[in-house]
Design a protein around this ligand. Structure first.
Ligand SMILES: *Cc1c(COP(=O)(O)O)cnc(C)c1O
Length: 373
């Protein structure tokens, strides 16, 4: 059999950029140029002084305008990424009991964090098979947080966000959806994410858009006698964020990359433009799979098929071989989510990715499969 690493893709088929990972994901070269420029006045300077505070303020304003948030919402941020935000939420958002829509690895993790917290009651878990999501219904009367996931990155399932019939706070993991999928502030109370997916930045930060109802909850728990580690205290994070600071030192380069990406998104037409770009990429990917004899979309319901993370099952050819051949040609991170255990490719189609590069990628996959057979 042909060694996959020996396959050379013809130059005219190659995408301009070969990064299709689901996080960390493609960083645009212009962002990195801006990072070099920031070395003169920002990098290596105090995060308590005006230049860095202005940067944090610009990120917060950029997100508010991208999402079209009402004036009384706040962008809160802190160190640690979305995984740490699950712990932040168990300490600072859930009063007694949460309900979780679980349909993959990431949505299950927040449920596990809530289940493990000694100060909370057992969470309610509503689960569906990988490749689907549970229908949003009415909640249990005794829950005060409902946890949804905008895009389940492990399976490539997206969810249309809708407030369940409930008084509970609607808390959404939007780590891979934020900036690439549409949503309405009326339907959500906390919309949290990290910058290494649609925002083409580096990991390590969490950011959360919070409604007035969420801010009220943060203050309520923040002034209660519940013990909270200071680094996971959402009220401390809120107080710092409104002053355009973080509780402890953030990675300045991550903020510079994020700010640059936000400016790019807002200048080109905001969230609608980003959503449309991702849809074009997804259209290329899924229509290719539909026409292919060996590839098919893993998510069967087209309404749930993600336009930011595409999962494609392969038949008659090993995804590992395809990935090895692509990698040998500079096309990287098309691997499936390991724990899902399928013969599958997974493609990040975040706003920074050129839709035409996704089209080129499908041609490269066809070429590799042909060469392997
Ligand atoms: C990537 C991802 C996470 C984890 O983000 P970190 O910043 O690495 O903690 C959580 N949830 C979803 C949906 C993700 O895609």
């Amino acid at each position: 059999m042909t060694d996959p690493a020996d396959i050379t893709l013809p130059h005219h088929l190659l995408p301009i950029d070969g990064r299709f990972g689901c996080g960390p994901s493609k960083v645009r070269p212009e962002q990195v140029l801006n990072l070099a420029k920031a070395n003169a006045h920002l990098l290596g300077t105090s995060h308590r002084q005006p230049p860095v505070k202005q940067l944090v303020g610009s990120v917060r304003d950029g997100l508010k305008s991208l999402f079209g948030l009402p004036k009384d919402w706040e962008i809160v941020l802190g160190n640690g990424g979305s995984t740490v935000f699950w712990d932040v939420a168990t300490f600072g958002l859930i009063r007694e009991r949460s309900e979780h829509y679980v349909f993959g690895e990431f949505s299950s993790k927040f449920a596990e964090a809530a289940a493990a917290a000694p100060h909370l009651g057992d969470p309610v878990v509503i689960k569906s098979e990988p490749g689907t999501h549970p229908a949003i219904g009415s909640s249990d009367d005794h829950v005060d947080v409902v946890a949804l996931t905008h895009n389940e990155t492990s399976t490539g399932v997206m969810m249309h966000l809708r407030r369940p019939e409930s008084d509970a706070l609607v808390v959404v993991d939007a780590t891979s959806g934020a900036g690439g999928l549409p949503w309405l502030p009326d339907e959500v109370d906390v919309y949290y994410f990290a910058p290494q997916k649609c925002f083409a930045s580096d990991g390590g930060l969490w950011l959360a858009a919070c409604s007035p109802k969420a801010l009220e909850r943060i203050r309520e728990i923040g002034h209660s006698d519940r013990w909270r580690p200071a680094s996971l205290d959402l009220l401390i994070a809120l107080d710092n964020s409104v002053a355009n600071q973080t509780y402890n030192t953030p990675a300045l380069s991550t903020l510079v990359l994020l700010d640059e990406q936000l400016k790019w998104m807002n200048e080109h037409g905001g969230l609608d433009w980003c959503v449309d770009r991702c849809r074009q990429s997804a259209q290329h990917l899924y229509s290719w799979a539909e026409a292919s004899s060996y590839a098919s979309a893993f998510v069967t319901d087209p309404m749930q098929r993600s336009t930011v993370v595409g999962t494609i099952d392969l038949e008659g050819v090993q995804a590992n071989d395809v990935n090895a051949a692509l990698r040998a040609n500079g096309i990287v991170d098309t691997d499936s989510y390991r724990k899902l255990g399928r013969n599958q490719l997974r493609i990040g189609m975040f706003p920074a990715v050129e839709p035409n590069d996704v089209l080129q990628l499908t041609k490269c996959i066809d070429h590799v499969v042909e060469a392997l057979s």
